[in-house]
Design a binder for this molecule. Structure first.
Ligand code: PLP
Length: 445
């Protein structure tokens, strides 16, 4: 059904999915006419839904003019307009925008800019970037060195240089109350401990997903955590990098998730929802002082050929305009609230749902053998594949990952586009309940 007989493509693993024909709004159709509800916006990308006519029209207009202008030969209007729009949306002081074509490229760019800033400010010994475990920051080797996800990193050991990691604030696994400020402080202070152990003068930066993405399954930081992290970074003169590749662009109900806590990083990276899947695009946004210092020393020794091309930037600009004119931040918050409430309600019906978490439309649930101890389901069950396949057969796309750094546990992201309506939440729930019922039978739970 809709699969190609022979393919020369290869991916991370064997792909057994149908061939996509078209997509509109929150729905997608394969070449056999089967319909799927995109309950994960692809990989938390298609925030404003598929085939948005306003964005397509903006792209068509740009395509008729030019699709590429190499950055060393031309400035382009779409790149200038998008950069000033992003700077206006970014925290105060973060006015300098560097375009890339994806999340990993944005993270690489942040590491290199931070490194050049350390050199420019006379601190050449600072090179370590602390991150968290679990975390995901990309698949290129630099970004992978920061990624805390054993099954993805181990095969490449020894990679560049393994970077220090502190535990992610998984209060729900550790039996701690995320609403207690002590919990936030407990996890944030692990950063200070790590800095002291590694030697403060060797630390360049700390990178954090404000709301965890695929690695932790929509993990929301405990109260006070983000603020304390900021404090510690400032105290030790360490750059704070917010990885907003998944959260940036409104999915949590604010354009940048960091806004929920009123903390500003020194460098911010975004991609996915930035161009919402219309064309590859990402950005690194840095504080003026950092960029000024690096420019004063001769410039940033970095750049990708396709970066900032006018077609991608025209799409990015139109996506932000749609987020604003359609009030999609508010919708992400409101509909996210409705959907989260319905997901939490599933815990009464299915004892094997151990946790529901997230904010806005970045939501996830985790499956376990025992809710009290959060003991994971048996590995052999491969629940993360099984439930996704069942949901797929019922016309619902959800996104799964092994949790706990890729070692064990199964979580599922339910993150439909920010245009989703309340009626469509009901549709998602009907398909999800049907899928969980079938899963319970198959998994003998
Ligand atoms: N950072 C985060 C938080 C991500 O979620 C991802 C991708 O899932 C990346 C970085 C890497 O982005 P890309 O796959 O576009 O390279």
């Amino acid at each position: 059904m809709g699969t190609l007989k022979k393919s020369h493509l290869f991916y991370q693993s064997q792909n057994h999915r149908p061939v996509l024909d078209q997509a509109r709004g929150i729905y997608m159709w394969d070449v056999d006419g089967e319909r799927y509800l995109d309950g994960s916006s692809g990989a938390m990308v298609c925030n404003i839904g598929h085939s948005n006519e306003y964005v397509l029209e903006a792209m068509r207009r740009q395509m008729d003019k030019s699709t590429f202008g190499y950055r060393l030969h031309f400035e382009t209007e779409p790149a200038e307009l998008l950069a000033s729009k992003v700077a206006a949306l970014s925290p105060e002081g973060l006015d300098k925008v560097f375009f890339v074509s994806g999340g990993s490229e944005a993270v690489e760019s942040a590491i290199k800019l931070a490194r050049q800033y350390a050199l420019a400010s006379g601190q050449p010994k600072r090179w370590k970037v602390i991150s968290r475990f679990p975390s995901y920051h990309g698949c290129t080797l630099g970004a992978l060195a920061l990624t805390g996800y054993t099954s993805l990193t181990k095969p490449f050991d020894p990679m560049m240089q393994a970077m220090p990691k502190i535990p992610a604030p998984t209060a729900y696994l550790d039996g701690l109350n995320p609403d207690d400020p002590e919990t936030g402080r407990h996890y944030a202070d692990m950063l200070e401990t790590c800095i002291l152990e590694e030697g403060p003068d060797s630390i360049l930066a700390f990178i954090v997903e404000p709301v965890g993405g695929a690695s932790t399954g929509a993990l929301v930081p405990p109260v006070g955590y983000m603020e304390r992290i900021r404090e510690i970074c400032s105290q030790y003169n360490i750059l704070l990098i917010h990885d907003e590749v998944m959260t940036g662009g409104g999915r949590t109900g604010q354009f940048f998730a960091g806004e929920h806590w009123g903390v500003a990083p020194d460098i911010l990276v975004l991609s996915k929802g930035f161009s919402a899947g219309y064309v590859p695009l990402g950005a690194m946004i840095a504080h003026n002082d950092i960029v000024d210092a690096v420019m004063a020393e001769g410039g940033f020794l970095h750049g990708f050929t396709y970066a900032g091309n006018p077609l991608a930037c025209s799409a990015g600009l139109a996506v932000i305009e749609q987020i604003e004119t359609q009030g999609l931040l508010k919708n992400a918050e409101d509909i996210g609230g409705v959907l989260k409430h319905r997901l939490v309600g599933l815990m009464d019906r299915y004892p094997f749902i151990g946790d529901v978490r997230g904010m806005g439309l970045l939501l996830a649930f985790e499956l376990v053998s025992d809710r009290n101890t959060m003991r994971p389901l048996p590995k052999e069950l491969a629940a993360f594949d099984l439930l996704v396949d069942i949901a797929y057969s019922n016309g619902l796309i959800i996104y799964s990952r092994r949790t706990r750094g890729g070692l064990e546990g199964d979580h599922f992201l339910v993150c439909p586009p920010m245009i989703t309506t309340e009626a469509q939440v009901e549709e998602i729930m009907i398909m999800l309940i049907k899928s969980l019922d079938m899963f319970a039978i198959e998994a003998k739970l």
